[in-house]
Design a protein around this ligand. Structure first.
Ligand SMILES: C[S@@+](CC[C@H](N)C(=O)[O-])C[C@H]1O[C@@H](n2cnc3c(N)ncnc32)[C@H](O)[C@@H]1O
Length: 250
């Protein structure tokens, strides 16, 4: 099992504290309404620290979140709302005895599946766990944007009352594989006593084009319903890094 997110998990919510999970949840609900989703049982793949799951639970959904990082699940369990369960499992080989109305995979989780074998296994698992007509909604890195914008070294610094975290992201591009290996160098400064510690994590990310997702959907028993820019609902373009896909189990 991958070790990424083992240490990163401790700083995840701080690094993404400006991410508007509430607006994203409203956006997801708008998609569920638009594409006539029925039922309130959701399976979420790669549920992380549980932010979407808790917000969806407040809107009346029941959620099973599956997440490979025990550290992320431990954090998620600390703030868990009623109607939410988190389980440590790999989305490429999970089995569920229950069936669900909706499958979600948010904030580029599917992009973490860099080879075709794992993608096909995951899509088949989702298919098996959904009811007929169940929707599978996910967002991924968009090839057109990655190839146009070209990932480069970036630094992000965030601080709370206890720590300052500096994250340097160094991308290595594997153009023939549609993969960008994002190498994170993370330095944590404890503000109380000035202690500094550092660690590295590697996050290989795959980007996708619409025809790839169409063929993946077709091969695993889904109807391709729609694609659009995540959150803004615009047509995907070279300017759209994160793109949503909506598939339906047939
Ligand atoms: C960028 S985070 C997104 C977390 C959460 N969905 C959110 O929106 O904050 C990606 C998550 O996917 C999880 N993940 C990646 N590959 C996975 C796999 N094969 N099985 C289960 N979880 C996986 C990671 O551990 C991490 O928590």
């Amino acid at each position: 099992m991958s070790q990424n997110f083992k240490l990163y998990s401790q700083y995840y919510d701080l690094l993404y504290r400006d991410k508007d999970y509430a607006a994203e949840t409203d956006y997801l609900i708008s998609l569920l309404d638009k594409y006539h989703s029925k039922g309130n049982k959701i399976i979420e793949l790669g549920s992380g620290t549980g932010k979407h799951a808790n917000l969806l639970a407040e809107k009346g959904y029941q959620i099973l979140g599956i997440e490979q990082s025990p550290e992320m699940v431990e954090i998620a369990n600390q703030n868990k709302k009623e109607g939410v369960i988190f389980q440590v499992a790999d989305i490429t080989d999970f089995r569920s005895n229950t069936s669900f109305d909706i499958a979600l995979s948010l904030f580029h989780v599917i992009s973490y599946l860099t080879n075709n074998d794992n993608l096909i296994k995951t899509f088949k698992n989702v298919h098996q766990s959904l009811n007929i007509d169940g929707l599978f909604i996910f967002d991924v890195w968009h090839s057109a944007a990655v190839n146009f914008q070209i990932p480069e070294k970036r630094t992000k610094i965030l601080r709370n009352q206890n720590i300052e975290v500096t994250r340097i992201a160094n991308p290595v591009i594997y153009a023939e594989l549609n993969v960008v290996e994002v190498n994170y160098d993370i330095t944590v400064n404890e503000l109380k006593d000035g202690t500094i510690h550092s660690f590295k994590e590697q996050h290989p990310m795959r980007h996708f084009s619409r025809p790839e997702i169409e063929i993946l959907a077709y091969a695993t028993g889904f109807e391709f319903v729609h694609t659009e820019a995540f959150l803004t609902k615009e047509s995907p373009s070279i300017h759209t890094w994160g793109v949503s896909y909506i598939l339906k189990k047939i």
